[in-house]
Design a binder for this molecule. Structure first.
Ligand SMILES: Nc1ncnc2c1ncn2[C@@H]1O[C@H](COP(=O)(O)OP(=O)(O)OP(=O)(O)O)[C@@H](O)[C@H]1O
Length: 678
């Protein structure tokens, strides 16, 4: 698609532009939208048709109001969304939550600290403890490792949490009669993708791919609930010297921006609330900054797109020279700043999203405090919460009709998304080398990933059958990250886990409020806390059914109503015996290799079957002595040839992936043997 449909204009925006884009597995998003009482801003800006990617095009935006996420009218970026909001009519439940097929079971999720704080501070498990609330997002993977990249020893204590959010079918998908191919189970963290495939005899069958994540948020889950499941649990930690990062990834148009936009406002409400109540008179200050990375360059989104430079100081701390940080005291000001930033963000049009983010936008909420808690001395950073609205991505194959600039942007975006994935994978698997230098995005985020850090990844997926391949790619990537992280991924009942998580958060909050904040280093608290969530002793990447997460099963489509039924016997591989540290790097990698090898042999087998069928069919046609057997044979053979070449391409792709895995495995072995030599 050419870069058309860029629009906008907005009275008070001075400099703007827009861009859009595409990737292989992941994708990205944009910003702000409403929260329960609030705020819906956001806007992806269009870009003008400038060709220099380093000079983002100017855009403007519409100022009309739009009813956003939670049913509140808000100005801003989301006007643009109205062009591609083609979803089913919204059902308002009257509670202020948004949702499509809103599920009453969940109606108590998504409360803010307003409701929860008294309970938390009183040390009680409130009513929400019985719901799927604050999934403590902090799945263990508590690792101490060394970043050797710069010859510096850096402690890495990164906990990551993997969530999946499925959006409802949109009108476009319904217009194309695409079915919803994703099924979720109530109160479960499992998700299943039903892929339609074709046999060599051209009959259809379903392949079922099951994945298990920390939590699965289906189309009935509101933005409030998403906040409660993802960011809310980490908010108290930033008063404890933690740097937390939340980002969404997924196919373009899968809902990353929709998911990410409300989060910073909700988080700042809770931060301010904690500052006013729990940490009253302790000298904490809140600062906001908002910048974007576009074409490998940094621009200040709330300071007229001023170009910024990234530098590392002597301690390898990242500083963004020239970035304006605004000291804020109330949510209104934060909202205005974010809205201003969104208005100048780069967006454009991709094949899959008319208003796709073309830049990575990074909004940071920084808590500072001076050594003695007074305002007279310079304040130093205590903790930071970063929200990354990643640029949208499409696969190269989907971008053939994009213009040159869009494709160049796409390449840059893909590079940085890949680098981000690699860093998270390296952090979660305790690798000594974290490849931060892989892209500007990861360089900038370096200090959010080392030290006391938390990462919340939200995988956004589209439910339509037309997005099946993208959806599988997104989930497979998340599954890879998960399987390499320690001890995540067992299927479980979320009701009980939420209770536990809430208790963990409560304990932490109590500790923080009781402690004198003068003594920041809270490694002890962190450790106690992390140990308390380290409750899952089941092996990584196997659910309770013993089915490795992300593996597929095939079954025949018997009738439309039976579509999702799986009659095939469940493959039950042996569950490895849990090790004390609950981490199986070699087994994980070997498992991946085995998975890849299985796929390749499955494809080989299909090709062989196809050849047999071709031969049989030809024999039959000749034997039947049809009037014009030659033509029929010709057509049929052509059809089968097409299938053959598709299979051959599939094998080639899988072989390339296998080679990549083998390379990673040998690199990993080198690292392991060199560190065991030390
Ligand atoms: N959970 C949801 N409920 C309702 N509407 C949604 C949901 N998720 C996404 N949408 C709508 O789908 C459209 C695309 O979503 P969005 O712009 O967030 O995608 P994206 O992943 O950020 O795309 P890109 O990567 O191209 O920037 C928007 O109109 C948005 O309002």
């Amino acid at each position: 698609m050419s870069v058309v449909g860029r629009q906008m204009s907005r009275s008070h925006s001075t400099a703007h532009h827009h861009r859009q884009y595409s990737d292989n597995f992941i994708d990205a998003s944009k910003w702000l939208q409403s929260s329960s009482q609030d705020f819906g801003y956001g806007s992806k800006m269009n870009r003008s048709l400038q060709s220099n990617p380093s000079t983002p095009p100017v855009c403007s935006r519409s100022s009309s109001l739009r009813n956003v996420g939670d049913g509140h009218v808000s100005p801003g970026l989301f006007d643009l969304h109205s062009f591609d909001t083609e979803l089913l009519p919204r059902v308002q439940d009257g509670s202020g939550y948004e949702g499509y097929s809103f599920d009453q079971r969940r109606s108590s999720r998504g409360r803010s600290f307003d409701e929860s704080e008294p309970n938390l501070l009183a040390g009680k498990v409130g009513s929400r403890s019985t719901k799927r609330l604050p999934e403590s997002s902090l799945l263990k993977s508590f690792s101490g490792s060394v970043d050797k990249e710069c010859g510096l020893v850096v402690t890495v204590i990164n906990c990551s949490s993997l969530k999946v959010r499925k959006r409802p079918l949109n009108r476009k998908e319904m217009g194309k009669k695409e079915g919803d191919i994703i099924t979720t189970e109530p109160n479960s963290n499992a998700i299943t993708v039903h892929e339609t495939k074709m046999k060599v005899d051209l009959t259809e069958y379903m392949e079922k791919h099951e994945f298990v994540f920390d939590s699965v948020l289906d189309e009935g889950v509101s933005n409030d609930e998403v906040y409660a499941e993802t960011v809310q649990p980490v908010v108290p930690l930033i008063f404890q010297r933690t740097k937390a990062t939340c980002f969404a990834y997924g196919q373009t148009g899968s809902g990353k921006t929709y998911t990410m936009q409300p989060l910073p406002i909700k988080a700042s409400q809770d931060i301010l609330r904690l500052m006013i109540h729990t940490y009253r008179n302790q000298g904490f200050q809140l600062f906001v900054s908002f910048f974007e990375i576009y074409g490998g360059k940094l621009f200040d989104l709330i300071n007229d797109r001023k170009k910024l430079c990234m530098r590392e100081d002597g301690k390898q701390q990242v500083c963004i020279v020239g970035l304006q940080e605004y000291k804020v005291f109330d949510v209104e000001t934060i909202r205005e700043l974010i809205e201003r930033g969104n208005a100048t963000r780069s967006t454009g049009t991709t094949g899959a999203n008319e208003e796709s983010s073309r830049s990575h936008a990074i909004l940071q909420l920084v808590i500072k405090r001076s050594a003695d808690g007074s305002e007279s001395k310079p304040a130093r950073m205590v903790g930071k919460l970063s929200f990354i609205d990643l640029a949208g991505s499409e696969r190269g194959a989907d971008t053939t009709d994009n213009d040159k600039q869009t494709r160049m942007e796409g390449a840059e975006i893909n590079k940085s998304l890949l680098a981000l994935k690699e860093c998270i994978r390296a952090l979660d698997s305790d690798q000594g080398h974290i490849p931060f230098r892989g892209s500007k995005l990861t360089e900038v985020l370096r200090d959010s990933f080392v030290g006391n850090s938390r990462t919340v990844m939200i995988s956004c997926i589209s439910p339509g059958s037309g997005s099946c391949e993208h959806t599988l790619n997104t989930l497979r990537y998340a599954d890879r990250v998960k399987s390499l992280s320690k001890g995540t991924g067992s299927k479980r009942d979320l009701l009980s886990s939420s209770t536990l998580n809430l208790r963990d958060s409560t304990a932490l909050l109590q500790t923080t409020s009781d402690d004198s904040i003068t003594d920041f280093p809270s490694d002890k608290n962190m450790f106690v806390w992390s140990m308390s969530v380290d409750r899952d002793s089941s092996p990584p990447h196997y659910n309770l059914d013993g089915v490795p997460s992300g593996r597929s099963q095939s079954y025949q489509v018997s009738a439309p109503d039976d579509r999702w039924r799986n009659d095939a016997p469940t493959k039950r591989p042996e569950i490895p015996t849990p090790q004390p540290n609950n981490f199986y790097p070699d087994e994980d990698l070997n498992d991946l290799l085995m998975e890849e090898e299985d796929l390749i042999s499955a494809h080989r087998q299909q090709v062989e079957e196809t050849i047999d069928v071709v031969k049989e069919e030809m024999d039959l046609l000749v034997a039947a002595d049809e009037p014009e057997p030659g033509n029929q044979i010709h057509d049929y053979v052509a059809k089968l040839n097409t299938i053959l070449s598709q299979k051959a391409a599939g094998i080639l792709q899988l072989q390339t992936r296998l080679a990549q895995f083998q390379r990673h495995l040998s690199e990993y072995n080198v690292i392991v043997s060199s560190s065991s030599g030390n």
